[in-house]
Design a protein around this ligand. Structure first.
Ligand code: FES
Length: 163
């Protein structure tokens, strides 16, 4: 089952209203704001962005898919990123990823159907001395072990959603 997200049209209007119409140069900034509002770039938002700035859909999709930081699929409220770079890998990163996949019941690159968690893997974020490393909602957790990761994910999952 794939995760579904519903967009609030009023929120979309509100983000668009903060950006001047007919100014294609503002595209990247607008995409950043849309992603901040929805945690990803919904198709409807991309279409409205194109209209708003006077660009074609293809131009907007071209930029949205060019930058790795933009996401075209719904993302979870919590992002769990396991580093699978060499230094982390030799210290057991694969076991961490397996643990997270078991706990969240998704594979790397997927989002839970309730949109609470997205599980990702990266190849080295330049903090090898901390390995094996997991990044939870932007916070680095070094020397990670599967049971500790499980506890951290459990704590987040017990917390009430923000939306
Ligand atoms: S290999 Fe994980 S931070 Fe470098």
């Amino acid at each position: 089952m794939s995760a579904q997200a519903v967009i609030d049209p009023a929120e979309l209007d509100e983000v668009l209203a903060r950006h001047p119409q007919g100014q294609p140069a503002g595209l990247v900034n607008l995409l950043h704001d849309l992603q901040a509002a929805f945690r990803y770039l919904p198709e409807q938002a991309l279409e409205r962005a194109a209209e708003h700035l006077g660009l074609s859909s293809a131009e907007v999709y071209g930029v949205a898919t060019f930058y790795e930081g933009f996401h075209l699929k719904p993302r979870g409220e919590h992002i769990c990123t396991v580093c699978m770079g060499t230094a982390c890998h030799v210290r057991g990163a694969a076991r961490l990823l397996e643990q997270a996949e078991r706990d969240l019941a998704v594979r790397a690159g997927q989002t839970t159907p309730d949109l609470r968690f997205t599980l990702e893997q990266v190849n080295c974020v330049g903090a090898c001395a901390l390995g094996p490393l997991v990044i939870l909602d932007g916070k680095y957790h070094g020397s990670m072990a599967p049971d500790r990761l499980s506890r951290l994910l459990g704590k987040l999952s017990d917390k009430k959603g923000s939306k």
